[in-house]
Design a protein around this ligand. Structure first.
Ligand code: UDX
Length: 456
C-alpha cells in the first residue's frame, strides 16, 4: 500500500519505518528541510533503539523516502497519517495548528479518495475539525465529488520501546465514521494492519470521538497511578513504611497489577504531562473540573522537588561549595528525551542554591546541554557550575553526594568500593529506588530514597 506520513518526528518516523518494514511504500514528509536532509544522509534526528536499522533497510529497499514536497506527499498515499506535533497552548490545551495545516494541504492537493488518519494525540472533536478544513479546501477549489474519511488511530508507543510496541501492539484503536466513506476507510485500515492481527485480533473499532478519548484516558490513568504511588511514598517516608514492599503487596492483586506503580521523581516525557493538562483543559472547556486529574498534575509537579527537599534537609538551603554527582538526565532510560524531565527541575534548584553538579547520562548529554541553555536563558552564568562526565564513575569523583534521577541499567550495580573511594562521603539520594536500603546500610552508604521509610 502507498502510505504518506505527515510529520517525521518521533511518532511519524517510527510509524513510517515500521509500515515500510511490512512492505508498504512510505513517503515521510516534514516541513523542516534540515531534518529531511539529515534523514536523507543516513542520520536519525532522535534516539530510539532499533529505529536506525529499520530505517536503513527500508530506505535501501526503496520503500521509504523522506521529502519536503507537500504536493508529492498528498499524491503518494491513499492513506495519509497526520503525525505532527500538538504542543500545549498557554492554557494547557493542545495546539492544533500543525494538524490543521496538514489537513489544509491534503484538501489543497488531493486528487482522489483519501483515508486521513489522526495519529497525533488530539482532543476529542479534532477529527471533525480536520474534516471541515479538508472540505473547505475542496470547496475553495470548486471540487464537489471527491470523498475522504478521517480516522482516529491513536498511538500508544513508549519511547525506548517504540519499535517493539508498534510491531507487537496490545491493541489497535480505530475510530471511524459509520458511513460509506468510513466503512471504506475501515477496510483500508484493516488491510494495512492485517499483519498485526494474524494470530489474535487486536483491532478495537469504535466511533471517532471514543477513539480520541481513549488515548487521553489511557495516559491519564497511567499518570494517576504514578502520582498516587508518589503521594503514598511520601507518606511512607513519614510513617516508616517501605513503598517498595507496599507496591509488591498491592500489585499482586490482579485487579491492580504491577505496572506503573513505581514511586520516583515524577513523570516526564512528551506525553503524560501534556496529555494530562490537555484532558483537564477539555474538562474545563466543558464546565467540568476533573478533580482527580488536576491533583495528579499538582502531585507530579511537587514530586520533582522531593529529592531537592531531601538534599536541603541534609545539607541546608545554601549549597555553595557543595558538589553533586547526578546519574541520569533523560526523563526515563533508553531515550535522550529531556522533555519535562525531572532532572531539569532538580538541576535548576541545585544550581540556584549555589551547588555545583557533575552529571552523567549514557545518551542524553547533548540534548541536556541544549535544553538547559534554554532553561537558563535568563541566568546563563549558573550553567558554569554544571559539568558533564563521560562515565558514571567520573561524575562521582569528589562529590559530596550522588543523586540518581534516571534508572539506566548502567547504574544498577556500580562498583561500590570505587564509588566510595571516589566520593567525599558516600551519600546517595536515589530518585528511582534502585538499591536495597539494608544492603546500603551494610555497605556504609548513607542512602536516601523515595518512600523507603524515611531512613532510606
Ligand atoms: C507514555 C505511554 O506509556 C505511551 O503509551 C504513550 O503513547 C506515550 O506516553 P512514554 O512517555 O514513552 O510513554 O513513557 P513511559 O514509559 O510511559 O513513562 C512515562 C513517565 O512515567 C516516565 O517519566 C517514567 O519515569 C514515569 N514512570 C513510569 C514512573 O514514574 N513510574 C512508573 O511506575 C512508570
Amino acid at each position: 500500500m502507498n502510505v504518506t506520513i505527515i510529520g517525521s518526528g518521533y511518532v511519524g518516523l517510527v510509524t513510517g519505518a515500521c509500515l515500510a518494514d511490512l512492505g508498504n511504500h512510505v513517503f515521510c514528509l516534514d516541513v523542516d528541510q534540515a531534518k529531511i536532509d539529515l534523514l536523507n544522509s543516513g542520520g536519525i534526528p532522535i534516539f530510539e533503539p532499533g529505529l536506525k536499522e529499520v530505517i536503513e533497510r527500508n530506505v535501501e529497499a526503496g520503500r521509504l523516502v523522506f521529502s519536503t514536497d507537500v504536493a508529492a506527499s498528498v499524491a503518494h498515499g491513499e492513506v495519509q497519517f497526520i503525525a505532527v506535533g500538538t504542543p500545549p497552548d498557554e492554557d494547557g490545551s493542545a495546539d492544533l495548528k500543525y494538524v490543521l495545516a496538514a489537513a489544509r494541504n491534503i484538501g489543497r492537493h488531493m486528487d482522489g479518495f483519501k483515508v486521513v488518519i489522526d495519529k497525533s494525540t488530539v482532543p476529542v472533536g479534532t477529527a471533525d475539525k480536520v474534516a471541515a478544513v479538508i472540505r473547505a479546501e475542496l470547496a475553495q477549489r470548486g471540487v464537489q465529488d471527491m470523498s475522504f474519511s478521517v480516522v482516529s488511530n491513536p498511538e500508544f508507543l513508549k519511547e525506548g520501546a517504540a519499535i517493539e510496541d508498534f510491531t507487537r501492539p496490545d491493541r489497535i484503536v480505530l475510530g471511524v465514521k459509520d458511513d460509506v466513506e468510513g466503512r471504506q476507510a475501515l477496510a483500508t485500515m484493516r488491510e494495512l494492519y492485517a499483519p498485526f492481527n494474524r494470530n489474535h485480533e487486536r483491532t478495537r473499532v469504535m466511533d471517532v470521538k471514543s477513539a480520541e478519548f481513549t488515548k487521553y484516558a489511557a495516559n491519564a490513568m497511567l499518570a494517576t497511578r504514578i502520582s498516587f504511588m508518589n503521594e503514598l511514598a511520601n507518606l511512607a517516608d513519614e510513617v516508616g513504611a517501605d513503598i517498595e514492599l507496599v507496591r509488591q503487596g498491592i500489585g499482586s492483586d490482579p485487579r491492580i497489577g504491577y505496572s506503573f506503580l513505581y514511586a520516583g521523581t515524577g513523570y516526564g516525557g512528551s506525553c503524560f504531562p501534556k496529555d494530562v493538562q490537555a484532558l483537564a483543559s477539555t474538562g474545563r472547556e466543558h464546565g467540568q473540573v476533573l478533580r482527580v486529574l488536576e491533583a495528579v498534575e499538582a502531585v507530579n509537579r511537587d514530586q520533582k522537588q522531593v529529592l531537592v527537599n531531601k538534599v536541603f534537609a541534609r545539607f541546608g538551603h545554601n549549597l555553595l561549595g557543595k558538589t553533586f554527582a547526578m546519574w541520569g538526565l533523560a526523563f526515563k532510560p533508553n531515550t535522550d528525551d529531556m522533555r519535562d524531565a525531572p532532572s531539569r527541575v532538580i538541576i535548576g534548584a541545585l544550581l540556584r542554591a549555589g551547588a555545583s553538579i557533575c552529571a552523567h547520562d549514557p545518551v542524553a548529554t547533548e540534548e541536556a546541554r541544549r535544553v538547559l541553555a534554554v532553561d537558563f536563558a535568563e541566568a546563563p552564568a549558573l550553567l558554569d557550575r554544571i559539568r558533564f562526565a563521560g562515565k558514571p564513575m567520573e561524575a562521582v569523583q569528589d562529590a559530596d553526594a550522588l543523586i540518581i534521577v534516571t534508572e539506566w541499567k548502567a547504574y544498577r550495580s556500580p562498583n561500590w568500593t570505587a564509588l566510595k573511594t571516589a566520593m567525599k562521603a558516600p551519600v546517595i539520594f536515589d530518585g528511582r529506588n534502585l538499591y536495597e536500603p539494608h544492603a546500603m546500610r551494610q555497605n556504609g552508604v548513607h542512602y536516601i530514597a523515595v518512600g523507603r521509610g524515611g531512613h532510606g
